[in-house]
Design a binder for this molecule. Structure first.
Ligand SMILES: C[S@@+](CC[C@H](N)C(=O)[O-])C[C@H]1O[C@@H](n2cnc3c(N)ncnc32)[C@H](O)[C@@H]1O
Length: 358
């Protein structure tokens, strides 16, 4: 599968909501359809399924013609309504779907088409993409993130490109610091396991370990699938529970912890791009009235969970949340932290707050 273009969460907002100040309340009027049932069992991404189905080239061509017509009919309607994909992007996604689902070759001198899903399912998948606005990553069951291809499905947040930087921040602090590189780390709210797996690979073989937690059983199950796919079962341990609850036995012992918690203000959820608002889990997005509920909870627990010299990094919605957190940690947790920093993402938006426990 080719890399799809997954913009950061803030770009999923309708243009009028993208710069909403903290605590501003917005009205929501459009009712959302009921959420689809969510499977706890990890689903195998398309590209990993065996090509056990077959189709004639004319049937496959007929499907492709129909799928192209459907994608072209969208024009810029979604883009104008909520910053959604336009026909050009949808047609590119259609090519990626074909790459993942179709295997063409010659068998006994004859052209053969093998499919990893049935043709009927391909019709259904493309209808879901266009008519239900199901995210492309849920259609193919995976997302490219750093050098990884991670399994994702409904019930688990699709990891975003800007979050990749958290792994680099950890990579920077463990360089030349054996005590941190060989220590115990945690990724709170791990989702697909992206950050935990990234950190485990950065820590290398020096004995460092990562605990990945999440409240969502689907996330824990999908993260487990991804951890196993990368052979990291001995390095990444999964624990289900709310924030610091599953970490009581390691209080004061962590070399570092990171989190990309829910941080969208509740009132902004209804303004999100349909792919996000209708399909990605609310528990992964909604950070309360001003988006700060979970970030503040994590700040409050940071001093007790970290060992002296331990590092933390949080992802936020942008500059306002970053400033709020730094001020909070300077004023409320006076004396507990040092080297508090605000770090921009690739787009220059102030995105991360980092620091060390004294
Ligand atoms: C924004 S998503 C981040 C997922 C993943 N870390 C990533 O960056 O792609 C936030 C995650 O926090 C989890 N979460 C929400 N509330 C939680 C809680 N009280 N305790 C633990 N995890 C929670 C959600 O299930 C979701 O997986």
């Amino acid at each position: 599968m080719k890399l799809s273009l997954t913009p950061k969460l803030s770009t999923f907002l309708k243009p009028s909501l993208a710069s909403t100040p903290l605590r501003r309340s917005l009205c929501s009027s459009s009712p959302s359809p009921p959420p689809p049932p969510i499977s706890l069992k990890p689903q195998t991404p398309l590209f990993l399924r065996p090509p056990i189905h077959s189709a004639t080239s004319s049937d496959l061509q007929q499907w492709q013609d129909w799928a192209k017509t459907l994608a072209s009919s969208v024009g810029s309607t979604f883009a104008n309504s909520d910053n959604g994909p336009d026909s050009t992007l949808l047609l590119r996604e259609l090519n990626w779907l074909v790459d993942d689902a179709v295997q063409q070759g010659i068998e006994n001198g004859q052209r053969k088409i093998r499919l990893r899903v049935s043709l009927e399912e391909l019709y259904l998948l493309w209808k879901q993409r266009i008519e239900e606005r199901k995210p492309f990553q849920y259609i193919v069951g995976c997302e490219h993130w750093r050098e990884l291809v991670l399994c994702v499905q409904e019930g688990v947040l699709i990891p975003r490109p800007e979050t990749e930087l958290i792994v680099d921040l950890v990579g920077d602090v463990v360089k030349g610091e054996e005590g941190l590189r060989e220590g115990l780390w945690a990724d709170l709210g791990t989702g697909s396991g992206a950050i935990a797996i990234g950190i485990a690979r950065v820590l290398g073989t020096g004995g460092g370990r990562v605990i990945a937690t999440d409240l969502s059983p689907t996330a824990i199950s999908v993260a487990g699938f991804n951890v196993e796919r990368y052979g990291l079962q001995d390095v990444v341990e999964l624990r289900k529970g709310s924030w610091f609850d599953p970490l009581k036995d390691v209080e004061g012992k962590l070399a570092g912890f990171v989190s990309n918690p829910p941080y969208i203000p509740s009132d902004n959820i209804s303004g999100l791009q349909a792919e996000v608002g209708r399909h990605e889990p609310r528990v992964a997005l909604d950070g309360g009235v001003d988006g700060m509920d979970d970030l503040l909870h994590l700040c409050k627990g940071a001093a007790s969970i970290l060992k002296p010299g331990g590092f933390f990094a949080f992802e936020t919605n942008g500059e306002k949340q970053c400033k709020y957190l730094v001020e909070y940690m300077e004023n409320e947790a006076r004396g507990s932290f040092c080297n508090l920093s605000i770090i921009p993402d690739f787009a220059g938006i102030h995105r991360f707050v980092t620091g060390f426990h004294k």
